[in-house]
Write a protein that binds this ligand. Structure first.
Ligand SMILES: Nc1ncnc2c1ncn2[C@@H]1O[C@H](COP(=O)(O)OP(=O)(O)O)[C@@H](O)[C@H]1O
Ligand SMILES: [Mg+2]
Length: 261
């Protein structure tokens, strides 16, 4: 029995992907205005994996992210996130699922009447069994991590675009998500802060086994990726497998060592 197992070289228990897209199609508009923006997208992401999604403006990246984030109803094809099928899902199922997903979208979505600290604390509010003081300390810790320790009490109105983006990032991370969806999170940041932020995201992926799906055009951060997936006209190139960078330890174009950390 044992030798048979050895002889057939049984692989170790397969990791269950936390995101699994199968033949995903999406349209906007209706009738003669109907326009298909996603076409037969297949993509799997494993826990702890950092996948970057690139591609020209208008090719469907944000649409893909909002479908995975259960912010939009799936029209055709399958979207499974943590084993939950979103095609035909109920509003309650989607709400429940969103508690495990951190989202950093353009436009920040900060509450205007709350300070930076209170906005981040809202992220920590999703964690069970934490008292007020613990949540406040956590919020401060994440704001410090994104370099905003001197701006805790400021309202979004009094922060720059880049600072608001960092508050949004801190809020997403404070909820300790198992999946993080980020839409060009470094676009409004200078290169040093952008680097710090993606290093934080990479650390989160490592330490909390959190999967990251990040849309970016920023070539400076490609080295944090396990995989880079390219989209064109609503389709993934390489059938969503993308280019594996991390395992190789080197970046394909520069020959530079992939960064540690
Ligand atoms: N709510 C919407 N209604 C109609 N068309 C939309 C909507 N959102 C996006 N689109 C269109 O769908 C296409 C894909 O958009 P999007 O997913 O935002 O692309 P990307 O993020 O890659 O720039 C674009 O042509 C865009 O104009
Ligand atoms: Mg977009």
């Amino acid at each position: 029995m044992f030798s048979t197992l050895l002889a057939t070289n049984v692989p170790p228990a397969a990791v269950e992907p936390c995101v699994q897209l199968r033949q995903l199609n999406h349209w906007y508009g209706s009738g003669s205005n109907r326009r298909q923006v996603l076409q037969g997208v297949d993509l799997s992401i494993n826990p702890g994996e950092v996948v970057l999604l690139t591609g020209p403006s208008g090719c469907g990246k944000t649409t893909l992210l909002t479908l995975v984030g259960a912010l939009r109803q799936v029209m055709d094809g399958s979207v499974r996130v943590f084993g939950v099928e979103l095609q035909g899902s109920t509003r309650g199922q989607r709400q429940q699922l969103r508690r495990s997903i951190g989202m950093i979208f353009q436009g920040h979505n900060l509450l205007r009447c709350l300070s930076a600290e209170q906005n981040v604390q809202m992220g920590a509010d999703l964690l069970p069994d934490l008292g007020y003081r613990a949540r406040r300390d956590l919020a401060r810790q994440w704001l410090r991590a994104v370099g905003l320790e001197d701006h805790l009490g400021k309202l979004p109105h009094d922060l720059s675009g880049g600072q608001k983006q960092r508050v949004a990032i801190a809020r997403a991370l404070a909820a300790e998500p198992r999946l993080l969806l980020a839409d060009e999170p470094t676009a409004a940041l200078d290169s040093r802060t952008g680097r710090e932020v993606v290093d934080l995201l990479k650390g989160l992926a490592r330490n909390q086994n959190c999967a990251v799906l990040m849309v970016t055009h920023d070539p400076r951060i490609l080295d944090i990726a396990d995989r880079v997936v390219r989209m064109e006209d609503g389709q993934l190139m390489d059938r969503g497998q993308g280019e594996r960078l991390w395992g190789a330890g080197r970046l394909p174009d520069t020959g530079r060592e992939a960064a540690e950390g």
